[in-house]
Write a protein that binds this ligand. Structure first.
Ligand code: ME8
Length: 518
């Protein structure tokens, strides 16, 4: 039976435009989805937009438009961005879709039927920006003495009738769940953070609001709309056809992984598993919370005007370059800083000088000196065999790293081979063999082409367009590019004509400032 893998991004709020942080999470999911497909998995990859709640209602009001008009417009910008980023998602869910609303109401009824919901009154602090309730003890003070959420978001006092979810009753079950499967939360530091939060005790959670109407109506009580987080989290099962628990739900839910930023870990690792347990559904298999990006050392903010638009970035540096940089620059899970120096360093130092150069050296030489025909190799030397073995052996450490969402570690393992291969080429110096030993030159050039084939196959998840261009230049058939095609059994055929090569990873230089008009 084919193994399955279900990967989701957070669904993004449509009150604002997408920025580099959203692009980061989505690219990470795309890299994983592509990796798993190439590794033989049946993958479902979901992304989408979070369209209900007070924050969206407020944004629409400020812009003088109906909430749904705001949602339609901004959801499209997220959908378009997925196109710009080359995202291979299988589905895009909007929480205003009927399938989502039906799933939310079904889940609610299930929780109610199982005795986990009661009606009472909420009195406490709420941050619209975070769409989160906070305890008095969690609040901090702003510059003017005003109360702020721990995230810095303004809070307001809310007092209203509300339905509550009996979260407090799930403390022991949640702790037992974490302890039985510690791999459910990554990285380890986040696991510890969540565990100690739950260990500290849980209060029941307010799960409905009455002071605005932009949300999923609570079944049987139209005065209430659902709290936006119970609504939002349900997207992950709505897209699998819930409340129907056969079909896609049965196929994919057992392998569910949610990728999120560290800001929303409590919702995904505490509330969501508890809701699912309360509905007698299984919690997700893994939630990974990655770190936060700053820009040139500063927090991204509208007022600083330093919010990085991923469309601009892709236009400036190139899509694969941006994807590579984001996955390579920092250990996944840590915070990172985006700077022009950092990205241009990666583009020029690694993509152009190391991988690109490796591909170009062999292919360019074959094109110029051998009439563009891949030579037939003779017997392999020890070095040839060692290099080819290193290429095949790279898959396992890459796979292990990817299973831990260690994108940077996976790239380290690939780069160990890239660097060894450049060393191999320097040492074998095939161009010097042209006159002295053409047969050996042919073997070296063939081995170089095989090395590049392996590296391009492994690099597809990270730099899909460029890796596939390299594979095109090697004449590799489109259906011979999975990890099952690594190794000698699927080796290139010596004697085959190759398409004309062209460099795949150009160097990057800042645009020269325009000359001032005379
Ligand atoms: O929280 N660095 O949506 P959201 C890294 N709708 N990642 C960042 C980032 C940054 N500076 N800024 C944002 C929501 N992100 C809810 C989710 S899911 C059921 C509902 C990424 O639009 C990161 O993944 O505020 C973060 O978790 C997400 O965007 C928040 O997106």
């Amino acid at each position: 039976m084919t193994k399955t893998f279900y990967i989701t991004t957070p669904i993004y709020y449509v009150n604002d435009k997408p920025h580099i942080g959203h692009a980061y999470t989505t690219i990470a999911c795309d890299v994983l989805a592509r990796f798993k497909r190439l590794d033989g998995y049946d993958v479902k990859f979901l992304t989408g937009t979070d369209e209900h709640g007070q924050k969206i209602a407020k944004a629409a009001q400020e812009q003088g438009i109906e909430p749904i008009a705001l949602c339609d417009r901004n959801s499209k910008t997220f959908r378009d961005l997925a196109g710009v980023l080359g995202i291979s998602n299988d589905d895009f869910i909007r929480t205003t879709e009927p399938r989502h609303i039906a799933a939310c109401q079904a889940l609610w009824l299930e929780l109610e039927k199982n005795g986990h919901i009661y009606l009472s009154k909420y009195a406490g602090w709420y941050a619209v920006r975070d769409e989160a309730f906070y305890d008095e003890g969690e609040l901090t003070k702003g510059a003017n003495g005003e109360k702020l959420a721990p995230t810095g978001a303004p809070v307001e006092w809310v007092e209203e009738e509300s339905y509550f979810f009996k979260l407090s009753a799930f403390q022991d079950r949640l702790l037992a769940f974490y302890d039985a499967t510690p791999s459910v939360i990554g990285p380890k530091s986040r696991f510890n953070e969540v565990r100690s939060f739950v260990k500290g005790g849980l209060r029941d959670l307010s799960i409905s609001r009455t002071t605005f109407s932009w949300g999923v109506p609570v079944p049987g009580n139209d005065k209430h709309v659902m709290y936006v987080w119970i609504d939002a989290l349900t997207n992950y099962i709505a897209a699998l056809g819930y409340p129907n628990t056969s079909g896609d739900y049965a196929t994919y839910w057992p392998s569910a992984m949610h990728m999120v930023g560290k800001d929303i870990i409590r919702f995904h690792c505490v509330y969501w598993p508890a809701f699912l347990m309360a509905a007698n559904l299984t919690p997700p298999t893994r939630v990974f919370a990655h770190g936060w990006w700053t820009v040139e050392g500063q927090k991204m903010s509208k007022s600083l005007g330093n919010v990085v638009d991923p469309n601009t970035m892709v236009g400036k540096y190139g899509l694969d370059q941006v994807r590579y940089f984001l996955m390579r620059e920092i250990p996944f899970g840590n915070d990172g800083d985006f700077s022009e120096a950092a990205i241009s360093g990666r583009i020029n130092g690694e993509l152009a000088n190391e991988l690109g150069n490796l591909a170009q050296r062999g292919l360019g030489f074959i094109s110029k000196n051998l009439g563009g025909v891949l030579p037939v190799p003779g017997a392999y030397s020890v070095e040839d065999n060692d290099m080819l073995k290193a290429c095949v052996d790279a898959l396992e450490p890459v796979r292990v790293a990817m299973d831990m969402q260690g994108f940077d570690k996976a790239l380290d393992a690939i780069w160990t081979v890239v660097r060894a291969a450049n060393g191999y080429v320097d040492k074998q110096a095939p161009w010097a063999l042209k006159k002295t030993d053409p047969a050996r030159m042919n073997t070296v050039l063939y081995v170089m082409a095989e090395i590049v084939r392996h590296l391009a196959i492994l690099m597809q998840p990270f730099v899909p367009t460029s890796a596939n261009k390299i594979l095109d230049q090697l004449g590799v058939a489109a259906d011979a590019r999975t990890f099952a095609h690594l190794g000698a059994a699927h080796a290139l055929k010596g004697g085959s004509p190759l398409p004309a090569p062209s460099p795949v990873f150009p160097r990057w230089a800042p645009p020269t400032p325009e000359k001032a008009a005379p």
